[in-house]
Design a protein around this ligand. Structure first.
Ligand code: TYD
Ligand code: MG
Length: 454
């Protein structure tokens, strides 16, 4: 019997394995590996016998101009896209189901249309009646956006080819299917093939394409990561379920800086832009209390102030709890270890909870000092000086390292009414933006000056 060997693909990252395993060794996710039909074209040997056509090679030096950008009219979206949408580009918008991707894209579609952009919105998830209801709820029913509910990619491509809009929105890539691929919609091969077709259509016909990708937790459906490498721009729409804030974050952008964020608030009438996120994140702030510290952070090019809260309590457990929201758990352990080894302050026998207020996720090491300060303040039950912000990176030796864009961080703090700052020594603070500065070379000095000899 001829044996058709299957391949095993990880639905989270797209890695191909020879055999099934419980955990993908490429991305570390559990239960994401599924069996798929092998690819039809045999790799290697496929080029035998036929000669390809010759290509024209060109020089690197050229008079190519920056691609023109089309603004959406939504400043927060444009910022994340690097100044607006680029013609013939493909953008992937990933996010958890229910986070608001369809809402954002419907609003973006209407807003682009209001700028005179010809927009087609194709949904594979909702009927046109449902989309119209949503539009009515958002007050967008009169926007000149053309709609279709379809999942057959052949029909979609033919229609787009005939209508040639400037922007095509496809919601979502997991619902699209191609009749030439044998597996079910949502499988890694379907999602990849569908994305490939749409991206090459975008390049060929000069149409901007925006694809929605659900971040999935179940094994059978491929996640957006399997198409990240095919598109020009990857943005994720994030937020904590209990919070109304939504953050749009670019993780890859061929036409602009990555790491930019746009901030929105989910309201009863759709997503509202938040032009000043610091005020919003600090607006949630309680009265200054032990364990609460304001970190002057940077998201992309944008300074953002956030409150970092810590709670330290005696633990009944032999292995005390370390719970973190909005910050890396490994980095918390590192800071606790540095506090113990370099300053002699131990958290043994104590539960430690750390939370970044407002549902923001911070990945900057510049927050180390603020986290350490929150932990110490909670443990000593002593508030840190009011109206002050903190930043600085902590090294394993206990030294504090300077961080980038100190002056911008201080300016933002000044704008929001802060009067002093405690920062790592050596930061380029300029004129300090009028704040009273305390520069700390290391953690021991910080503990001595802020909490008295601990
Ligand atoms: P949706 O855009 O459908 O999410 P996704 O496409 O990412 O799956 O958003 C769904 C949620 O947003 C839903 O729980 C209701 C909420 N929502 C509002 O709070 N206000 C609104 O105006 C709209 C349209 C949705
Ligand atoms: Mg949706």
């Amino acid at each position: 019997m001829a044996k058709v060997s299957s391949v095993y693909t990880c639905t989270a990252c797209g890695a191909v394995h020879k055999k099934w395993a419980g955990q993908c060794d490429a991305c570390g996710e559990w239960n994401t590996i599924v069996e798929e039909a092998p690819l039809s074209a045999a790799p290697g040997g496929a080029l035998k016998g036929r000669k390809g056509r010759g290509m024209a090679l060109t020089d690197l030096a050229s008079t190519e101009v920056e691609p023109p950008r089309q603004g959406s009219g939504l400043a927060e979206l444009d910022r994340v896209l690097g100044g607006g949408l680029v013609r013939a580009s493909a953008t992937l918008i990933g996010g958890d189901p229910g986070i608001g991707k369809s809402t954002l894209l419907l609003q973006a579609a209407a807003s682009f249309a209001a700028q005179g952009v010809d927009v087609v919105y194709i949904s594979g998830e909702e009927a046109t009646a449902q989309i119209r209801l949503r539009a009515a709820r958002l007050g967008l029913e009169d926007a000149p956006v053309r709609l279709a509910a379809e999942t057959d990619l052949r029909a979609i491509l033919t229609t787009l080819d005939e209508t040639r809009p400037a922007l095509a929105i496809v919601d979502s890539i997991q619902t699209m299917w191609l009749d030439t691929v044998e597996s079910a919609p949502g499988s890694v091969s379907q999602v990849r093939a569908a994305a490939h077709e749409l991206v090459s259509f975008a390049k060929r016909r000069g149409v901007a394409v925006m694809l929605v990708g659900h971040v999935t937790k179940e094994g059978q459906i491929a996640g957006p990561r399997v198409v990240e490498h095919m598109v020009d721009t990857v943005v994720y729409f994030e937020g904590e379920r209990g919070h109304q804030f939504r953050i749009l974050r670019s993780v890859k952008n061929r036409f602009g800086p990555a790491g930019e964020i746009g901030v929105f608030e989910m309201t009863g009438a759709g997503l509202a832009e938040v032009p000043n996120p610091s005020a919003l994140f600090l607006g949630e702030r309680d009265a200054p209390a032990p364990g609460s510290v304001v970190f002057a952070g940077l998201e992309g090019t944008r300074p953002v102030l956030v409150e970092i809260q810590a709670l330290v309590a005696p633990s009944p457990l032999s292995q005390p709890r370390r719970a973190v929201i909005g910050w890396d758990g490994g980095r918390l352990s590192m800071i606790l270890a540095v506090l113990e080894a370099r300053v002699g302050i131990s958290f043994q026998g104590l539960d430690v909870y750390l939370n970044v207020a407002g549902g923001l996720r911070i990945s900057e090491p510049a927050a180390d000092l603020a986290v350490a300060a929150a932990l110490l303040s909670a443990r000593e039950d002593a508030p840190i000086p009011p109206h002050s912000v903190l930043f600085g990176e902590l090294s394993l030796s206990g030294a504090l390292r300077p961080v980038a864009q100190a002056e911008n961080r201080l300016k933002e703090a000044r704008k929001l009414g802060f009067t002093s700052a405690i920062v790592a020594a050596g930061c380029k603070t300029g004129d300090g933006a009028g704040l009273a500065l305390q520069e700390m070379p290391d953690l021991a000095r910080f503990v001595g000056e802020v909490f008295g000899a601990a």
